[in-house]
Every structure is written in structure tokens, then in C-alpha cells.
Design a protein around this ligand. Structure first.
Ligand code: HEM
Length: 216
């Protein structure tokens, strides 16, 4: 067994910032009132995060790249049959990759619908683009509320899967998402990691784009 760096810092920071922000979004939505102001601001931060992760999935480190972990049914079947050792695909396994895609897609939908949703209680803290939505704004708000439940369900499945791996498969996935390192059997393919500067520049651009939404 050899300790190998698998997750780069930007992907780990993305993940734990995402977790904190999503939890805050649920709490602030439940609280309502003045909390909605922070719900909107945190929504912009989430938009920056998700834009960053999508682009990082193309120009980031090997284990963050979609082409690296999103594999066809043959690979998924191989993994399910236990014939795809972790050292061959050290990042997300091909089955977990489907959940990663689902989470990213639902999060993106949730953020976009939030931008167009009106605040139907006070009309003070409506989404930045709710005026553009016109007569459809109310329908979009309903979709935003439904997707919030779908997201909660996906997060619950995601969390339960991680706990299942820990308890029943004696496989700790959480520590690598914190430290970036995994202990793997050799041989492990040489992994390329993108530079931190590239990640910072990309995040700054994504944050700028997200802020730009408030100026429309
Ligand atoms: C709001 C809740 C959460 C959301 C939205 C979420 C979302 C995600 C996403 C999108 C990824 C893919 C990361 C990437 O490639 O960029 C991921 C991976 C991961 N998450 Fe979460 N997550 C949440 C909560 C948690 C919690 C509470 C834990 C652990 C206690 C956790 C543990 C992990 C681990 C270990 C991975 C990597 C799985 C692997 O090895 O393939 N997540 N999560």
C-alpha cells in the first residue's frame, strides 16, 4: 500500500464549501425574513462554486475531470462485479460518478431557479432575476421548492452511501476528501494536478460572472 495524493486542494475546498453553503441555504430558507438576504448572497457564492466545478471538470486535475471518472456502462458493470480495483480508477468510482453528476446537475438547477424566484412572503428578497421571469416567476419558485426536496433526498443518499462504505465495506472515503490522500495498492496511474493559481484565477472569473447576475 502506498499513500497517494488523489484529490487536489481546489476540489476539496469546493466540496466542503459546498456542504457548508447548502446547509446554510436550507437553514436560511426555513428561517425566512432577513435571513433571505443572506440566502440570496450565499446563492451567488454557490453559483460561483458550481461554475468553478463545471469548468474545473474540464481543465482541472485528473481526478476532477469528468472524462476521467464518468465512464460507460461496461466500466460501471465491471465496478459492480468488483473487477475494477481502486488503484485503476483512484478518484470517484464509475457508480459514484453518477451521483456526482446528479448532485451537480440538481444543484445547478436549484441555483438557477432560485435566481428567478420571487419572495412571495415579503417581496423584499426576491431572486436577482425574478423580474425577468415575469408571470412565470411563481411557477419557477414552485420548481425551486420541489428541487430543494430532490436535493435533500440526493444528499441523504450520498451521505448514506459514504457511511455504508465506511461501516460495511470498511472503506474510508471521508478522510481522503479532507487530506487529499488515499492508501492504494500499486501500480497507480500517474495523476496530473492542475496549479492552484489556475484554480484561483478560474474561481475569481466565476465569482465575477456570478456577481454580474446582480447587475442585469
Ligand atoms: C450538502 C451536502 C453535500 C453535498 C451537496 C455534497 C456534494 C458532493 C459532490 C458534488 C461531490 C463530488 C466532488 C467533486 O468531484 O467535486 C461529493 C463527493 C464526496 N462527498 Fe459530498 N456532499 C455533501 C455532503 C457530504 C458529507 C456530509 C460527507 C461526509 C461526511 C461527504 C463526503 C463526500 C466524499 C467522501 C466524497 C468523495 C466520494 C468519492 O470518493 O468518490 N459529502 N459530494
Amino acid at each position: 500500500m502506498k499513500k497517494i495524493k488523489v484529490w487536489d486542494l481546489p476540489t476539496r475546498l469546493f466540496h466542503w464549501s459546498l456542504v457548508a453553503s447548502v446547509i446554510f441555504m436550507f437553514i436560511s430558507a426555513k428561517q425566512g425574513g432577513i435571513w433571505l438576504q443572506w440566502h440570496l448572497r450565499c446563492g451567488l457564492f454557490l453559483l460561483s462554486l458550481i461554475l468553478f466545478r463545471i469548468v474545473w471538470g474540464f481543465i482541472g486535475s485528473d481526478t476532477a475531470k469528468f472524462t476521467q471518472f464518468v465512464r460507460g456502462p461496461k466500466h460501471i458493470l465491471r465496478y459492480i462485479k468488483g473487477k475494477l480495483p481502486e488503484n485503476e480508477q483512484p478518484g470517484h468510482n464509475p457508480l459514484g460518478a453518477l451521483m456526482v453528476l446528479a448532485l451537480l446537475l440538481i444543484l445547478l438547477l436549484q441555483i438557477v431557479t432560485g435566481l428567478f424566484s420571487p419572495d412571495e412572503n415579503s417581496y423584499v428578497y426576491s431572486g436577482y432575476l425574478s423580474k425577468i421571469a415575469g408571470s412565470n416567476a411563481s411557477k419557477i419558485r414552485n420548481i425551486h421548492l420541489v428541487i430543494a426536496n430532490v436535493l435533500m433526498l440526493l444528499v441523504a443518499i450520498h451521505f448514506a452511501t459514504i457511511v455504508f462504505y465506511r461501516i460495511f465495506k470498511r472503506h474510508n472515503l471521508i478522510t481522503p476528501m479532507i487530506t487529499g490522500n488515499k492508501k492504494l495498492q500499486e501500480p497507480v496511474p500517474a495523476l496530473k494536478f492542475a496549479s492552484i493559481v489556475k484554480a484561483i484565477v478560474l474561481f475569481a472569473i466565476c465569482a465575477g460572472l456570478a456577481y454580474g447576475v446582480t447587475l442585469i
